[in-house]
Design a protein around this ligand. Structure first.
Ligand code: GGG
Length: 356
């Protein structure tokens, strides 16, 4: 056995609490099979239940509790019936991303065999790309304010922030990723015709960083037509790099074109490993289906595979991916994929295959 891996498991809210046990079941199975020394710490805070009990999303010493962990495995955040979404998000997930400098949000998008594709005439292999989302600045800020609130003269200002440091490091990561792939193609999401200061600047940073990657073909696309092409011509894409908000939207849209957002994983990475990275499904807490036991746990399970890969266990990652592929191909399936299986049945089916 190698070094002990310490993982903080934070289910959060809604279906995060239902998919987390299945994610852990499969991660533990992979740890057993590949002799990985894994210790999981279960954390109930970073949830709206904790907020209801204490008035904040996390304890004041949250950072010291987490920073010695090797990774954070996170479910979902948000329970708007009791806590406004901006309070729960800024009080938990965005704190993790910012204070642990997880500046890359890596989101694979892939069409699997056995999953009905909502786009016509697409087969597995036709959709297989990465969205690289900038994760610490851009449109996600709390800079601004309201003047004359509640009057006819009410004015709201919200600033976006882009730094050369922040843009260059995410662009560099995306170029590196593209350079290591067969197609070596990078799409830069922009809106330089309408957002006339920050987006032409973002494009110029892409040019500057790209000068170091002559083998990568670059294609800048405005976010509106880029979104349309995700639906109409998904085969155009290999690696897509985008600002925080554009990346968030694209990484819901992309998986939607592959049948269900219930499959989409993500890795919030601090590539330098100065802080723990965080692995979570792209989907949120889904209050509409919470409590029914029908949430698709595959996004959580795939996120667990990305976590093991990042922590140095490629074989464990590959075994989980093979098991996911087999279950998607042969069943069972949850209702989002037209089946009747429960969250737990999917977790157990994948666990079985990982152990074989
Ligand atoms: N598991 C992801 C999650 O809980 N997402 C909730 C959400 O609204 N996230 C916004 C974001 O990722 O920026």
């Amino acid at each position: 056995m190698g070094k002990l891996l310490r993982v903080a498991a934070i289910p959060g809210d809604g279906i995060g609490k239902e998919v987390m046990p299945e994610g852990l079941r499969v991660v533990q199975a992979a740890a057993t099979r590949f002799d990985i020394d894994l210790s999981v710490e279960h954390i109930e805070w970073a949830s709206c239940d904790y907020y209801a009990a204490t008035g904040s999303m996390m304890p004041s010493n949250w950072k010291s509790q987490l920073q010695s962990m090797d990774a954070i495995y996170f479910g979902a955040v948000g329970w708007p019936a009791t806590v406004p979404d901006h309070i729960s998000l800024w009080g938990s997930l965005l704190k993790f991303r910012r204070e642990f400098d997880q500046y890359i949000n890596l989101r694979p998008v892939r069409l699997f065999e056995g999953v009905p594709c909502p786009l016509s005439n697409r087969k597995p292999g036709d959709i297989n790309y990465f969205v690289v989302r900038e994760n610490t600045e851009g449109e996600y800020t709390n800079l601004g304010g309201v003047m004359y609130p509640g009057t006819d003269r009410e004015i709201v200002i919200q600033e976006s922030v882009y730094s050369r440091y922040g843009a260059d490091r995410v662009l560099k990561y995306a170029f590196e990723l593209a350079a290591g792939r067969e197609r070596k193609h990078l799409t830069v999401a922009t809106k330089s015709n309408g957002i006339a200061i920050s987006m032409p600047w973002w494009d110029s940073r892409a040019d500057a960083v790209g000068d170091n990657y002559p083998t990568v073909a670059v294609d800048k696309q405005h976010i509106d037509i880029l979104s349309a092409r995700f639906v109409l011509q998904p085969g155009r894409f290999d690696v897509v790099v985008a600002s925080n908000l554009f990346g968030d939207i694209l990484s819901d849209l992309g998986p939607a074109t592959t049948g269900t957002i219930g499959l989409a994983p993500s890795a919030n990475l601090n590539p330098e490993r100065n802080f723990p990275s965080l692995f979570e499904p792209v989907h949120g807490s889904a209050p509409d289906i919470y409590g029914k036991g029908i949430a698709n746990p595959i996004a959580m399970i795939w996120s667990g595979a990305l976590m093991l890969d990042f922590l140095g266990h490629r074989q464990a990652h590959d075994a989980i991916l093979r098991a996911i592929e087999a279950v998607l191909r042969d069943g069972p399936h949850t209702p989002d994929l037209g089946g009747k299986a429960s969250t737990e049945q999917i977790g157990r089916a994948i666990e079985q295959l990982v152990l074989e």
